[in-house]
Design a protein around this ligand. Structure first.
Ligand code: ADP
Ligand code: MG
Length: 349
């Protein structure tokens, strides 16, 4: 006998707004002492005592920031939390609370939102975050998710974008370019699927890239690692838009220039092989890809010995005076100016 595998589709209208909020938020327990009041009043209340509060927010819009034809809702929930936590870590602070606001069209059944919240719940659990509120409303078309993260740090620990100084070393965590290539793989498979839905592609060789795209992890470990090593970055930013735009942001804020080295940019072997397959230049992808959620920061020269042996940190260049500009030294030892974004991001000096 063939089982009926039609997934259940409970219309949102059958719960009503308050029923829906209760249903989605019933599993969120408060873990932190700093959360004085969570879900259930007109506003949440937090208390970071003598520490400074860091606040950041991101808005994700269907069709602009994500495409549900290849992004599972559970992953979307997880990633929406990550993009916010990453910003808090980039301030060298510890995230503690988030609020989650959603706008949904009637095309989504309750089960879809359950999946989304499963991802949010998992992220909150793994990163030790309290979900303390949000808002729920309807949209004419599509899904919108806005998450706000709150965190804290002692005043003296907070790292801004504007502290880089001449001669500082430029450091990057992890490796980059993977998330962008993961998206290219998913988009290609989506096109193939449209033509032949019976095609079962073998994506095992792209696992790392797809994970980088669908399930990015914010670098919770990096601020802690730096603290343990006794290094306070002079400036820091997270890599959400690609290395080139981030180094430009950092240099503009700090009023400095930078020289990066192409052969130092950390790339996973799968990034290199997939770039060859897609006939893409791996340096261009690393510079303009985005969504890697690694941390880009600068440290004083004298801290070099403390970080040099660390496998998750790579020194990719150094800071120069502002009038030197922002350059990449290629493998062929040509100096090319780093431009904001796009496929022609490299132009000869
Ligand atoms: P208000 O009318 O004051 O905006 P709501 O009825 O919208 O309050 O929300 C009730 C409670 O549920 C509030 O604490 C709010 O922060 C929380 N909340 C509402 N929507 C969500 C959501 N999508 N995720 C998490 N918490 C939510
Ligand atoms: Mg509300």
């Amino acid at each position: 006998m063939i089982e009926d595998k039609q997934p259940q589709r409970t219309p949102l209208s059958s719960l009503g707004e308050f029923g829906l909020i209760d249903h989605l938020t019933k599993n969120f327990n408060i873990k932190h002492e700093s959360t004085i009041k969570g879900i259930g009043d007109d506003a949440a209340v937090v208390d970071f005592k003598d520490q400074q509060c860091v606040v950041t927010t991101d808005l994700l819009v269907e069709g602009v920031h994500f495409d549900l034809s290849y992004v599972p809702l559970k992953h979307l929930g997880y990633k929406s939390v990550m993009v916010n936590l990453s910003d808090v870590y980039a301030m060298n602070a510890t995230p503690k609370q988030i609020t989650v606001s959603i706008a949904v069209s009637n095309r989504f059944p309750l089960e879809a939102l359950e999946e989304l919240y499963e991802g949010i719940h998992t992220a909150a659990k793994v990163y030790d975050i309290d979900v303390i509120g949000g808002d729920t409303t309807s949209s004419q078309k599509g899904l919108l998710i806005s998450i706000t993260a709150l965190g804290h740090a002692p005043k003296e620990d907070i790292v801004y974008r504007n502290g880089a100084k001449d001669n500082d070393l430029v450091v990057l965590s992890g490796d980059i370019g993977g998330a962008y290539l993961g998206l290219q793989v998913l988009e290609r498979e989506n096109e193939v699927f449209k033509v032949n839905p019976n095609n079962q592609p073998d994506l095992s060789m792209y696992t790392y890239l797809i994970e980088r795209q669908l399930k990015p992890e914010a670098r919770k470990d990096v601020p802690k690692l730096l603290k343990d090593l006794g290094v306070k970055p002079t400036s820091m930013i997270d890599v959400s838009d690609g290395l080139s735009s981030e180094i430009i942001h950092l240099c503009k804020s700090s009023e400095v220039g930078a020289t990066l080295y192409e052969d130092k940019i950390p790339l996973d072997p799968t990034v290199i092989s997939t770039c060859e397959e897609f006939e893409l230049d791996s340096t261009t992808i690393a510079l303009s890809g985005g969504e890697d959620y690694e941390l880009l920061f600068t440290i004083k020269q004298e801290d070099y010995d403390k970080i040099k042996a660390n496998p998750s940190l790579t020194i990719i260049g150094h800071i120069t005076p502002k009038n030197n500009g922002i350059y990449l030294v290629t493998r062929g030892e040509t100096k090319v100016e780093i431009k904001a974004r796009g496929w022609n991001s490299l132009t000869e000096e």
